[in-house]
Design a binder for this molecule. Structure first.
Ligand code: SF4
Length: 236
């Protein structure tokens, strides 16, 4: 049983997934993930390291400090997997406290679980659709559940490594949109930019082109912090 907030880092950055790109916010990165994406760029967050435990007060203090003493009121809770059952009671307590203090709270979800008790309280959910290159699957019923329960407060993000990833995402899009009549949320494609890699220009331009040729159904949004600081720089 995890008794504290296991925290990898709390930092301020002008970054964010998909539609949040370019917005200054405070990231609360939980330590511990059992999802195991093959192309994960945060493998240092996988271990559930008990000595990284912090109290709620310590986390809130760091959020306040990193946000220039409360001037920045946007928080993204990420990981690791902040929705791992061991983290859930702690994340829930943090979300409640942040909302009490009038923060805007986004949570970055791996797409493997819909956690109602947390999603009901946050302002926005950035929900992953895991593509084949990750080696993990997102059940489409999870996205249908998000549409039914959280209209207007989530985006879906898919990391694209190659054409197989794109085609799988397109197929999922079509299944969901025919099922639900239209796509009432932003679906973002993020071209993969691996650690230790030069800027993958070809992968970006191919993703743009595949999207355009197939009707431009998605929004293609990269991770600008990797262009600016390099793919291996942490806490940016
Ligand atoms: S869910 Fe996130 S932290 Fe966990 S393995 Fe996948 S990309 Fe990495």
């Amino acid at each position: 049983m995890i008794t504290k907030h296991l925290i990898n880092s709390i930092y301020r950055a002008t970054e964010g997934e998909g539609v949040f790109l370019g917005r200054p916010q405070i990231f609360v990165r939980y330590q511990g993930c059992a999802v195991g994406c093959l192309n994960c760029d945060s493998k240092d967050t996988w271990d559930f390291t008990e000595d990284m435990g912090q109290s709620l007060e310590m986390v809130m203090e760091a959020v306040y400090r990193e946000g220039f003493n409360g001037a920045i009121k946007n928080v993204s809770i990420t990981g690791g997997d902040p929705l791992h059952p061991g983290h859930v009671p702690h994340v829930l307590a943090l979300v409640k406290m942040l909302k009490e203090k009038k923060y805007y709270v986004n949570i970055e979800a791996a797409g493997t679980r819909v956690v109602d008790e947390i999603f009901d309280l946050v302002d926005y959910v950035s929900f992953d659709f895991k593509t084949p290159s990750t080696g993990v699957k997102t059940p489409l019923k999870n996205i249908s559940k998000m549409i039914a329960q959280y209209p207007g407060k989530f985006q879906v993000k898919a990391v694209i490594s190659d054409l197989v990833d794109f085609n799988t995402t397109l197929e999922a899009f079509k299944m969901i949109s025919s099922e639900e009549k239209g796509m009432p949320f932003p679906w973002v494609l993020t071209p993969c930019f691996n650690t230790k890699e030069e800027f993958p220009l070809e992968r970006f331009t191919q993703t743009l082109s595949w999207n355009e040729k197939n009707g431009g159904l998605f929004r293609v949004i990269g991770q600008q912090h990797k262009w600016i600081f390099g793919p291996d720089q942490k806490q940016v």
